[in-house]
Design a protein around this ligand. Structure first.
Ligand SMILES: [Zn+2]
Length: 393
């Protein structure tokens, strides 16, 4: 089924014009456009799903005032597939371009979220509209999901969506997590543990250091131990295309004055996990390394929200590249299945659907930038692949 590229462009542009900056990245520039956010776009999508004949539409709060939105598009069979599109965007404070005008120019749709990742929702709305007009249905029932809080603050939307499905006893056959992947189906990316480690010493006059316990100096061997661990990880034989785990120190803070022995020093350590690594085990290993290295007591805290199952972080998302679903998407798109360096909502979906791919038009290289756009030709290409997958007839 062919789709009018301009209809796709207008559909994406309409979503861009409803600002939905993640609350953590909301600033004065975003505020010029009013107090709008994830709620506004969720409500808009709920209305659109109703207009397009969804059999059920649900607003489901992932956090107060921040609902996911779900819409069931009935299919011809009892197969259920999911298209999960995060509806939040990164901030616009660093943008050099009008953030939310959704203008169509030079063969592209412009504005925050056009690429990452309202594109896929815009395409799906256009396809559903077109099927409805033509009186056809997709093969599977399609559950369209607009999920909140992907860009920051711990994948709250995906974390909420999964139990919602499980409580209803629904079985998902195939699932797309929308992100810009240049239409290469992504079948794996690393997991994550992020922790804050603080050495706890005792303040004193720096003229009398023997009266204090220097927390910054105590942190030196901790950093060194973590660097050694990173180096050790690089010597392992990778189990998958994702390569090896990594460990990086990403923040450091400590001291209160030039003449004060520091009582506290805090670092943030970011550990990327490969398949087979358990976040809680890795967390405990890192704590043990830091504790053994530090001459002073330490405190630790996970900087990722604890999962309902008690996991402090996320396992890697991985499935082999040879699934029928990946082959189908790649075949229609003229691409190859790949793994990705970045994390997505798929971190919350291990073992959730029979088959899962992270997939969408445009390149992640162009996301989160001072300007943002998606090429209309890419929207059209993505629409052809999605339509072929969902097989309207
Ligand atoms: Zn994204």
């Amino acid at each position: 089924m062919t789709v009018d590229p301009l209809a796709l462009a207008h559909s994406v542009a309409e979503l861009v014009r409803i600002p939905s900056v993640h609350p953590f990245q909301f600033g004065p520039k975003a505020a010029e456009f009013g107090d709008v956010g994830e709620l506004a776009i969720a409500q808009h999508l709920a209305k659109r799903f109703e207009e397009l004949g969804a059999s059920e539409v649900v607003l489901d709060e992932a956090a107060p005032g921040r609902p996911n939105v779900y819409g069931f598009v009935p299919g011809r069979t009892d197969r259920l597939v999911v298209v999960d599109v995060h509806i939040d965007t990164v901030g616009v404070e660093h943008m050099t371009d009008p953030p939310f005008d959704g203008r169509i120019e030079d063969g592209c749709v412009w504005g925050r979220g056009s690429l990452d990742t309202k594109a896929t929702m815009g395409i799906m709305l256009t396809l559903v509209d077109q099927w409805r007009t033509a009186g056809v249905r997709p093969d599977p029932t399609v559950l369209l999901v607009g999920s909140v809080s992907e860009e920051a603050g711990g994948l709250l939307g995906a974390t909420r969506f999964r139990p919602w499905v499980e409580e209803r006893g629904l079985q998902i056959d195939q699932m797309i997590v929308a992100e810009p992947t240049e239409l290469a189906p992504i079948h794996g990316h690393k997991g994550l543990v992020i922790m804050e480690i603080t050495t706890v010493g005792k303040a004193a006059h720096s003229a009398l250091p023997q009266l204090g316990e220097n927390a910054i100096e105590a942190m030196v061997p901790v950093i060194s131990a973590l660097q050694t661990e990173h180096a050790r990880l690089q010597t392992l034989t990778p189990s998958t295309e994702l390569g090896n785990g990594t460990l990086s120190i990403t923040m450091i803070n400590g001291g209160t004055g030039g003449n004060v022995i520091p009582a506290h020093c805090t670092i943030v350590a970011s550990r990327r996990l490969v398949p087979g690594e358990d976040p809680n085990t890795i967390f405990e290993q890192m704590v043990a390394l830091a504790r053994a290295a530090s001459p002073l007591p330490i405190t630790v805290e996970s900087l990722l929200p604890v999962d309902p199952d008690g996991t402090m972080g996320s396992r890697a998302f991985y499935q082999t590249a040879d699934s029928d679903f990946l082959r189908l998407l790649a075949g229609h798109a003229g691409t190859e299945p790949k793994v990705a360096p970045f994390g997505t909502n798929a971190l919350r979906y291990n073992g959730f659907a029979n088959e899962l791919a992270v997939f969408g038009p445009g390149s992640i290289d162009d996301a989160h930038q001072a300007t943002e756009c998606v090429a209309i030709s890419e929207l059209a290409r993505a629409a052809r692949v999605l339509s072929a997958w969902l097989d309207p007839a």
